[in-house]
Design a binder for this molecule. Structure first.
Ligand code: AHM
Ligand code: MG
Length: 351
């Protein structure tokens, strides 16, 4: 991949010595600092917040990589061979992120899948972090890709006071940054601040995330559909017909499409974003609001999708425009390549 022209354009004045060009890496910290230095009025606190998230991601990555070795797999509340309480990795990940955000001082409050209510952190900070510390946790025990998803908002109430619900329940359009870490065959951090999507791979030898996937754009049309088809009997008629369409043979349109579903949103989304595809977690008869959570699963992924050139909708509304009403609100999601979402919408409208 030829990164240098992109890096030169993106990082302007960061001079790259031609003799050393081949060895030059751009770390996540350098990239964010450079991006922020161009932002009007940036004081460096968002860069610091990213530093805290990056540190937590590295710790969680370390814990995941040795999971089978140190007996930290399994259900929260069970006891390991030494008679110690075993914590589930998603509980550990939550603590790691909150500790890093607390030490960093730039986060005033956290909304987390693991926390029932708002977790107050530092009244004097201006950022709210919404996160799913370890998404796809049913995959932990079987070594499939899992992830951390996060979203950053600026508080709306005065600094110096505890964060309130109105700080935490902002629409996705108010996100100032969003990203995810995927713990897969390698560990990557992918993020956006509304200026495109960039991916950084953790280089274990230097212990840092390095720019590996600059300016990610998702293909306008793809050939992958990702949905839990075990729920097919509960799909709406429109969705049922769309899935049948995905399986139809049509050589010109590259159908049948490929069915791919890990059951880990980050893993399924990451693959589809890079290759082109559609990810669906619909409303069903017994779960009319869907399964996935607006604040820390859907909004961040929707922001990244749009920045990569895709579409993220509930089927009736742009995800980022959904008015949040509760911290753990669920919504149906249809996310992916523009053309595929367009065809799906036709099926949903007609049926
Ligand atoms: P989790 O936050 O409890 O891990 O659940 C969210 C996960 C998503 O990562 C994934 O897309 C979905 O649940 C899979 O659900 P299902 O097993 O119903 O297909
Ligand atoms: Mg989750």
């Amino acid at each position: 991949m030829h990164l240098l022209p992109y890096i030169r354009a993106k990082l302007g004045h960061l001079r790259i010595n031609s003799d050393r060009e081949m060895n030059k890496v751009i770390t996540l910290s350098q990239f964010i600092a450079e991006e922020q230095s161009k932002a009007m009025g940036a004081k460096g606190d968002l860069s610091r917040l990213f530093g805290d998230i990056k540190l937590a991601a590295k710790i969680v990555n370390r814990d995941i990589r040795k999971a089978g070795l140190v007996d930290i797999l399994g259900e929260h509340g069970t006891v390991n061979v030494q008679g110690e309480d075993v914590k589930k990795l998603d509980v550990i990940a939550n603590e790691v992120f909150i500790d890093a955000l607390t030490a960093g001082m730039d986060c005033c409050a956290v909304i987390s899948e693991e926390e029932e209510i708002i977790r107050q952190v530092n009244n004097d900070a201006k950022y709210i972090v919404a996160m799913d510390p370890l998404d796809g946790s049913s995959n932990i025990d079987v070594n499939a890709a899992i992830g951390t998803i996060f979203s950053i908002y600026r508080r709306v109430t005065p600094i110096g006071t505890p964060a309130k619900l109105e700080d935490c329940l902002q629409k996705g359009t108010e996100q100032i940054a969003a990203g995810y870490v995927i713990y897969g065959s390698s560990t990557m951090l992918v993020y956006t601040t509304g200026n495109g999507v960039n991916g950084f791979t953790l280089d274990a030898s230097i212990g840092d995330f390095c720019l590996s996937h600059p300016d990610i754009k998702t293909p306008e049309r793809g050939t992958i559909y990702s949905i839990n088809e075990g729920n097919a009997s509960k799909f709406s008629p429109g969705l049922e017909k769309y899935i049948a369409y995905c399986k139809d043979v049509n050589k010109e349109e590259n159908r049948p499409y490929k069915a791919r579903y890990i059951g880990s949103m980050v893993g399924d989304f990451h693959r589809n974003m890079l290759k082109g595809g559609i990810f669906i977690y619909p409303a069903t008869q017994d779960a009319p609001k869907g399964k996935l959570r607006l604040m820390y699963e859907c909004n961040p992924i929707a922001f990244i999708t749009e920045q990569a050139g895709g579409i993220a909708t509930t089927g009736t509304q742009r995800i980022m425009e959904v008015e949040p009403t509760e911290l753990h609100q669920r919504i149906p999601v249809y996310i992916g390549s523009k053309e595929m979402i367009g065809v799906l919408m036709d099926f949903l409208r007609e049926n």
